[in-house]
Design a protein around this ligand. Structure first.
Ligand SMILES: [Zn+2]
Length: 104
């Protein structure tokens, strides 16, 4: 079983401010995962000129609490900090997962 990373167009009506995954893409991949052993484990997106912290928009669009959210801070110099989050079942809040990052 391999791992796929599938890019999505940004379907937000404010794409400079927010990111929303294409719902048709999610449905297509949920159908695909039902036919096999693959599964969707999470989403990733970047915060250009912003910190790798969930925005209120991210929190309010957390449609599946079983998925991991990865957020990358991006500046003019490129990708900076990357953080991952899970949904805390008691609070409903996206909560940081400690990541081990390779030494550069
Ligand atoms: Zn975000």
């Amino acid at each position: 079983m391999g791992t796929d990373v599938i890019p999505s167009p940004n379907r937000s009506d404010q794409p400079q401010k927010n990111f929303e995954i294409d719902p048709a893409l999610i449905i297509r991949h949920h159908k695909r995962t039902r036919r096999g052993t693959a599964r969707i484990v999470g989403h990733y997106h970047s915060h250009p000129d912003g910190q790798a912290l969930p925005s209120s928009h991210d929190q309010n669009h957390n449609y599946d609490p079983d998925l991991v959210w990865v957020i990358v801070e991006v500046t003019a110099e490129g990708a900076q900090e990357m953080k991952a989050y899970f949904t805390d079942r008691s609070s409903g809040q996206l909560t940081a997962i400690p990541l081990i990052q390779p030494l550069s």
